[in-house]
Design a protein around this ligand. Structure first.
Ligand SMILES: Nc1ncnc2c1ncn2[C@@H]1O[C@H](COP(=O)(O)OP(=O)(O)OP(=O)(O)O)[C@@H](O)[C@H]1O
Ligand SMILES: CCCCCCCCCCCCC/C=C/[C@@H](O)[C@H](CO)NC(=O)CCCCC
Ligand SMILES: [Ca+2]
Length: 572
């Protein structure tokens, strides 16, 4: 009787030589695993003369081919095919070749497998192992089998467009790419077109012109600002191509299917850190090579019916707006500019008056204080996006997104900081981020309101960003999971809100002195918005989250155990 099931792929199992040691090597296509383990050396065997045991190996190898399944109870190495970086003919260095006394053979039949090795704190390294085959036939059989199985990894990129910001962070972008990334891409057979940017917004503008279709991904080498350029270029290009008016705050934006990779070479590297778990160029390059895919929420920011910016990490007013404003003047300091400016901003201790209105993200399963961390293949993100899609289908409102009008909450007051984050915003300065339980792709943002408080209280709140303690556990801090929000500064409310000169509104208000409360610290009427590290001039804004609008070459945080990553500091 004929079976309906396709025949099981054949297991390839041979005795090969690795570092002068016999090894049983198995490729199991059914389970997509490559494994090897050393065979115990026989007593009395002359280990310095591996050539001698080749004949024995040859017999055993032939006997074992296609015959068994890998079972390595101890001591072996097993690598999922999905984590093999590349396979190729070994490049044998002369010294090793001579020492092997194999000079009599015309060519060594050896192949090298490069694969991902996990280190501490989400760091990945590319490890390599070389296997020697006893004859040419066996060598080609292995190369062919490994190439065939890697060909099935169809989600891996073959052609990438790379933008390098030579001036980001410590100005090491080019060096980082050339030394740490390019060799890995080339080993993995990835073709690249590399553009070293010559001015700010070069990458963004270029993305409107290039034929993006011919690439499997766009890579940016730089920090959050450089990522933001690529984000704006790609989203903008897709909306233009699909005739979506981005100035309409309710427009249903078209998703970008081309993935973005980030090689961290900036000052904060928040997007990279929060989606991979570390800001390490080699780790990022390996995630790109393996073809990881992490959907990411994007927030659109508008002033009235004018599009301002997109944000994926922090949209912050007050403290983080002021930090950015002062840091921009000190760019020459590199990454240290944020520390200097953070200290200065903390000392000035400004608060800002205004009103915040928002609609809660009712469909989401999580909440900002539930301590459920977003991880690889996050259940909450998958469920939330499914629910949101169904909701949108039933609304059946064509290309316009319509929110219900009945569930707005408005909060008025004086704030030290208003932060909206659509991801945790974890970064080296704050390993668990501004909102540790925020989700990368749940279609919501966490809106954190830090009301006016004493300097000491604000310091206690800030310090908790560097420890495991709950930064929301203060009477002056509130946090909401929202789908959108609007902010109107108090001074703006008093103005003619119908003014058409949008660009001048923020600038006009900024230098004014608060006459109401000369002693309360509100000596600046308005702050500015920090949108992923870029300044936004308008103070009155509205923001809306677009669920999973883009995709990154990342996989979220694997086995998120915050305790491992953060040194608990003193309770303040
Ligand atoms: N060739 C260039 N010359 C000047 N500025 C550039 C160039 N290429 C890109 N930029 C701009 O540099 C700014 C900062 O870059 P980037 O984000 O890479 O570094 P960073 O600001 O040090 O890091 P982070 O954003 O992580 O804090 C970005 O806003 C980007 O638009
Ligand atoms: C006394 C100890 C106090 C320690 C307080 C540490 C708090 C750090 C929180 C850091 C949160 C970063 C959020 C990410 C923002 C990025 O989109 C943006 C662009 O790169 N970076 C900054 O605005 C740079 C922001 C830099 C802030 C200092
Ligand atoms: Ca989110």
């Amino acid at each position: 009787m004929e079976s309906d099931h396709p025949p099981l792929p054949t297991v390839l199992c041979s005795v090969l030589s690795m570092k002068r040691q016999s090894c049983e090597v198995t490729l199991d296509p059914g389970r997509s695993l490559l494994s090897w383990r050393e065979l115990r050396p026989r007593r009395g065997r002359d280990r310095s003369r591996p050539g001698i045991c080749l004949t024995r190996m040859l017999h055993r190898a032939r006997g074992l081919v296609n015959s068994c399944t890998p079972q390595f109870p101890s001591g072996g190495v097993t690598v999922p095919v999905a984590e093999i970086v590349s396979v190729g003919e070994a490049e044998i260095d002369e010294k090793y070749y001579n020492s092997m006394k194999w000079q009599h053979m015309c060519k060594p039949h050896a192949f090298t497998v490069r694969y991902v090795q996990r280190k501490r704190k989400h760091r990945w390294r590319c490890k390599e192992v070389t296997f020697w085959c006893s004859d040419e036939q066996l060598f080609y059989q292995w190369l062919q089998a490994l190439h065939d199985i890697l060909e099935q990894q169809t989600h891996r990129p073959k052609r990438l467009l790379v933008y390098i910001n030579p001036y980001g962070g410590k100005k090491r972008g080019k060096q980082i790419y050339e030394n740490k990334v390019a060799p890995l891409f080339s080993a993995a057979g990835i073709c690249t077109d590399v553009i070293v940017t010559e001015y700010a917004n070069h990458a963004r503008d270029n993305l409107y012109e290039v034929n993006v279709e011919k690439y499997d991904g766009v890579v940016c080498v730089g920090g959050d600002g450089m990522f933001s350029e690529v984000l704006h270029g790609l989203i903008g290009r897709v909306q233009k191509d699909s005739d979506v008016d981005h100035n309409n705050p309710n427009a249903q934006l078209s998703r970008c299917n081309i993935r973005i990779g980030i090689i961290p070479a900036g000052s904060t590297d928040c997007v990279c850190y929060a989606t991979i778990g570390i800001n390490d160029p080699e780790t990022s390059a390996l995630h790109i090579i393996l073809g990881d895919c992490q959907p990411l929420d994007v927030c659109s920011v508008h002033h009235k019916r004018t599009f301002l910016k997109y944000s994926v990490s922090l949209l912050g007013y007050g403290f983080y707006g002021d930090v950015l404003k002062y840091s921009e003047k000190n760019r020459w300091l590199g990454p240290a500019r944020y520390d200097v400016s953070g200290f200065k901003t903390f000392l000035t201790h400004h608060c800002y008056e205004g009103s915040v209105s928002f609609q809660p993200a009712k469909w989401v399963l999580g909440s900002p204080r539930d301590q459920i961390i977003c991880t690889s293949r996050c259940y909450i993100c998958r469920q939330s996006s499914k629910q949101l899609e169904e909701q949108q289908k039933t609304q059946a409102c064509g290309s316009e997104h319509r929110d219900q009008d009945d569930d707005w909450t408005t909060i008025k007051g004086k704030f030290m900081a208003i932060n909206a984050v659509s991801m945790s915003c974890a970064c080296p300065r704050s390993p668990k981020g501004l909102s540790p339980a925020a989700h990368l792709g749940d279609g919501s943002a966490d809106l954190i309101l830090v009301r006016k408080c004493s300097r000491l209280d604000f310091l206690r709140h800030l310090i908790r960003h560097t420890s495991n303690k709950d930064q929301f556990d203060f009477p002056f801090v509130e946090v909401y999971r929202v789908k959108n929000f609007q902010f109107t500064p108090k001074h703006f409310e008093d103005e003619d809100t119908e003014s058409t000169d949008i660009g001048s509104i923020g600038k006009k208000n900024f230098p004014q002195i608060c006459t109401d409360h000369p002693s309360c610290g509100c000596n600046h009427v308005n702050s500015i918005w920090n949108c992923d590290g870029e300044t936004v001039d308008q103070t009155a804004i509205e923001m809306r989250v677009h669920c999973q609008l883009i995709k990154l070459f990342a996989r979220g945080i694997e086995n998120a155990k915050l305790e491992d990553d953060v040194n608990p500091s003193k309770v303040l």
